[in-house]
Design a protein around this ligand. Structure first.
Ligand code: FAD
Length: 395
């Protein structure tokens, strides 16, 4: 015989957003069931920030998020701020530090954040069902029915917190988008974000010689610019500045890299030609760039030897490579290693004040499954906490 169980609230997806929502709803006395198909709890939190979870950013504000609907995130971010989450972390005596640019990391381990969420959810009697596959969702007149193997759960409020498509190996699935389709909710096209970029074979051969080298660079695409470290890898380019621009990148668009911001390299080379004509070009470049990178630029321009023997138009072309390295990535490394999914549930369908679907009473979407994507630096978790909090207080 199939068992039937009733809860006030069912949350599907026990990640950052799902936990936060379940805890807040539990605090309000709601009976809550938190379901996840994975065997491991909050695996993304565990692996985040290199195992130390960059759990928020001191500078969180709406301009740090991508969305087709720019204003959508404002209400949730102001209802539950980075300082509210810091207060919770403080209450659990979790030690943390600012790494750079307002990014807060645990001193010890991201497991401390997971344990904190588990402890809060126990405190508010949240029923956690891991390793549980949802087979079907039905909408009744004033409730939802969730079919799980031999159990049917009925609830008044159903919250979808199943995240995006990044890293399927640890449980990412298209579940949230499928549910959106079931209820005729629009989806903004998704793409991998915060992901390394790939290049054609010629450039890749050059880049792979530099694999492991990290340099500061300014990367832009149109008016969007990020300055941070850039990392050469065997497969292309990575590092914070590249990951940031990748969230904005669309196929066939070029990116421009400035490897020595604030210096007019052409002028610098012309001055050197006049004052140090016998100096080798690669040695001149190596005074302000890592030598391997200096050699790559010389190779790309097919030049070497004393600067006196290099024509000015060649020097101009070389300096353009350093200040305006204009390149079209061929692709990203995809959802397999992307940190986030750009796009998702169209926020025009969702109330920004409650996270409820406007045309579908009792159905909520929170976290990364929505078309809200943060920059690198703790913003994505803050979105998960904020949107989870808001839904938890409205279910
Ligand atoms: C390697 C890596 C490092 C990161 N580091 C950081 C960082 O330091 N700081 C930061 O702010 N952000 C970071 N992020 C991004 C951040 O982890 C996500 O934005 C955030 O976890 C999203 O929270 P969420 O709750 O919406 O989704 P998730 O955390 O992805 O949780 C979704 C949950 O739903 C479950 N689920 C999926 N499908 C189903 C289904 N069909 N049935 C039941 N359950 C399902 C999944 O198992 C998962 O537990 C990182 C991401 C990655 C991949």
């Amino acid at each position: 015989m199939e068992k039937a169980v009733k809860y006030d609230v069912v949350v599907i997806g026990a990640g950052a957003a799902g936990f936060m929502c379940a805890i807040e709803a539990g605090k309000r006395g709601k009976s809550v069931c938190l379901i996840d198909h994975s065997t491991k709890i909050a695996e993304k939190i565990r692996i985040s920030g290199g195992g130390r979870c960059n759990f928020t950013n001191l500078n969180t504000n709406p301009s740090c998020f991508l969305s087709n609907n720019k204003n959508f995130c404002k209400s949730a971010l102001s209802q539950y701020t980075q300082f509210d989450f810091i207060e919770l972390v403080d209450r659990y005596k979790i030690k943390f530090h600012e790494k750079k640019l307002g990014q807060l990391f645990c001193d010890n381990s991201s497991n401390e954040i997971i344990n904190m969420l588990l402890s809060e959810s126990r405190k508010y009697n949240v029923t956690l069902k891991m390793n549980t596959k949802v087979e079907k969702i039905n909408c009744l007149s004033k409730a939802y029915e969730i079919k799980i193997k031999d159990i049917t759960i009925q609830c008044k409020s159903l919250v979808i917190a199943s995240g995006g498509l990044s890293i399927p190996k640890i449980g990412a699935s298209a579940f949230g988008y499928d549910i959106a389709s079931q209820f005729n909710i629009n989806i903004i096209k998704t793409s991998p974000g915060l992901v390394p970029l790939q290049f054609d074979q010629d450039l890749l051969t050059g880049f792979s010689k530099l694999s492991g080298l990290s340099v500061n660079a300014n990367i832009s695409m149109g008016k969007i610019t990020f300055e941070d470290d850039l990392l050469f890898t065997h497969k292309g380019l990575s590092g914070p500045s590249v990951l940031q621009i990748s969230s904005y990148w669309e196929s066939y668009r070029n990116i421009v890299i400035d490897f020595h911001k604030n210096t007019d390299i052409n002028q610098l080379l012309l001055d050197q030609k006049e004052n140090n004509p016998k100096k080798e070009i690669q040695n001149i470049l190596a005074t302000f760039l890592p030598r391997k990178l200096a050699l790559l630029f010389c190779d790309l321009e097919n030049i070497n030897g004393q600067i006196a023997n290099i024509k000015n138009d060649k020097l101009k072309s070389l300096s353009n490579k350093i200040n305006y390295f204009n390149v079209i990535p061929i692709d990203t490394e995809g959802y397999r290693i992307a940190e986030v999914t750009v796009g998702g549930i169209d926020t025009k369908e969702i109330s920004s004040k409650t996270m409820e679907v406007k045309k579908q009473s009792g159905l909520y979407f929170i976290g990364e499954v929505l078309d809200v994507t943060g920059h690198l630096g703790g913003y994505n978790f803050q979105w998960a906490w904020s949107s989870g909090y808001v839904a938890g207080n409205n279910v």
